[in-house]
Design a protein around this ligand. Structure first.
Ligand code: ADP
Ligand code: MG
Ligand code: ZN
Length: 465
């Protein structure tokens, strides 16, 4: 059977670092990039006798994600010890949730795919990090105890492309919720992909393989695509798929067996004796505010007249969206300015710290009043973004205001006509399209700052039209 006779089944597990200032069971900082082992204490070092104390902010963030995705929020959930040995895990176990997680069910809205169901969202602590250097391997425990939510998706994805769309939508939603920074490179948003294949039309799932270590959307697609083909080929050869964990080697573009998949019972889960059950009051749940999700913002923008393409660009980029919103001139005009001019300057990372989005409205006002032309308007906005100066100030300092004063324009118009007697003759003889030539000449004299409408009218008047 060719690959197309098989249907891939994919379920993703995402670990997202919560944006709390301190760790989940101690007061150590969660800031990224500090010198190794500078943000540690007896609790997150796993020293004997140190006790965990829960960070309320982590619970609130998990509840916010749960509410946003329509999960059932458990008013009572249980902390569990997940036991395993690894050098970056000094306690020998991770505090997680197992049988009774804080959130169950729910779904993530994915543009073009509808809703992808969730099994659960649970809270857990992160492990440390092994740093492999030339002279050996070292352990950095700054990350030990950083709060995570693990978002376990149902096996409802049917292609590598769909998996990557789901991940993008989930990442963006978590950023909107303010619970995660979406930084794949720094490892604050990590994904494991479970992949199996089954003959099309059959109901029973095939044996799944878990792919680890995928830190970009492109790698997610590549790893899953490779894995689908590998599994189909193996089945064609009459081999059995082994349930195992595989690593994606992005340099080689292949997945490699890492270990046979451990079963849940290998972890010897048991309730964490150092923490009472997590009780979440209805008051806490009700008090957690859920901001609009990306798909809702997309609807809101298109309703405000923003083109679908611009609306998509704005919702996909929270920095652009913030500037659009703060410009306080909702609609397609501001959206266009933000998607074009602002995006360009933002890409060069040249937006000045004191740039005020109010400048956008100011530029529009200057343009509508005829003070500046549309071309100059773009230039002024760019300058305002780079320097942080107000639009009006830029126009003044650079002398960009259009000349609309009729006396000044008239002098230029007269000079142009006097310089070009031949063209005047032809115009009067019926070559009316010479009007553009005259206006162009005047614009040149005025260094591009003449008001084109006023110049048109003046020339027509002088030429007796
Ligand atoms: P484990 O801890 O063993 O990884 P989890 O319950 O945490 O188990 O995660 C299971 C993940 O695997 C879920 O995302 C689920 O959607 C996915 N999954 C389960 N069965 C299959 C399958 N047959 N094919 C693909 N994905 C699957
Ligand atoms: Mg898992
Ligand atoms: Zn600590």
């Amino acid at each position: 059977m060719p690959v197309s006779d098989f249907e891939p089944v994919i379920g993703l597990e995402v670990h997202a670092q919560l944006l709390t200032k301190t760790k989940i069971f101690c007061g150590c900082s969660t800031a990224f990039g500090a010198p190794p082992n500078s943000q540690v204490c007896p609790t997150c070092l796993g020293l004997p006798g140190a006790l965990p104390a829960l960070n309320r902010a982590a619970v609130e963030m998990a509840v916010r994600a749960g509410k946003a995705f329509g999960c059932r929020i458990a008013t009572r959930s249980i902390w569990a010890r997940k036991n395993y040995f690894y050098p970056d895990l000094p306690k020998g176990y991770q505090i997680s949730q197992y049988e009774l997680p804080i959130c169950a069910g729910g779904a993530v809205p994915v543009p073009g795919l509808g809703k992808i169901g969730l099994e659960r969202i649970h809270l857990e602590e992160d492990a440390g990090k092994n740093v492999h250097a030339e002279h050996g391997s070292l352990v950095d425990l700054n990350r030990s105890g950083v709060p995570l939510i693990e978002i376990v998706g149902k096996p409802e994805l049917r292609s590598a492309e769909a998996a990557s769309e789901y991940l993008k939508a989930l990442r963006l939603a978590l950023i909107y919720l303010g619970v995660n920074d979406g930084n794949l490179e720094e490892g604050s948003f990590r994904c494991d992909a479970n992949v199996s294949v089954r003959p099309r039309g059959t109901a029973k799932f095939g044996t799944r393989v878990e792919l680890k270590n995928i830190n970009s959307f492109r790698f997610v697609r590549q790893a899953i695509e490779y894995e689908i083909e590998r599994q189909v080929e193996a089945i064609e050869k009459g081999e059995k798929i082994r349930q195992e964990t595989r690593l994606f080697d992005h340099a080689a573009g292949v997945t490699r067996a890492m270990r046979s998949k451990e079963e849940a019972n290998d972890y010897r889960y048991f309730p964490e004796p150092d923490l009472p059950p997590l009780t979440v009051s209805q008051d806490l749940i009700d008090g957690v505010r859920v901001p609009k999700l990306p798909h809702e913002v997309l609807d809101e923008l298109t309703h405000a007249g923003v083109s679908p393409a611009d609306a998509r660009t704005l919702t996909d980029n929270v920095d652009l969206l913030r500037i659009y919103r703060d410009s306080s001139v909702p609609g397609s005009r501001a959206a266009q300015a933000v998607v074009n001019e602002v995006a360009r300057v933002l890409k060069e990372s040249a937006v000045h710290a004191s740039f005020s989005p109010g400048s956008i409205a100011e530029v529009f006002a200057l343009q509508d009043a005829g003070t500046i032309s549309s071309t100059v308007a773009k230039e002024v906005l760019g300058e305002s973004l780079r320097t942080g100066k107000a639009a009006r100030q830029i126009v003044q300092e650079k002398g960009l205001a259009q000349v609309s004063d009729s006396g000044a324009l008239e002098a230029v118009v007269d000079a142009v006509l006097a310089r070009n007697p031949g063209e005047v003759e032809k115009y009067k003889g019926g070559k009316k399209n010479l009007l553009g030539f005259f206006v162009g000449q005047a614009m040149k004299d005025l260094k591009g700052k003449g008001n084109p409408g006023a110049l048109n009218a003046l020339f027509k008047q002088k030429l007796g039209d």
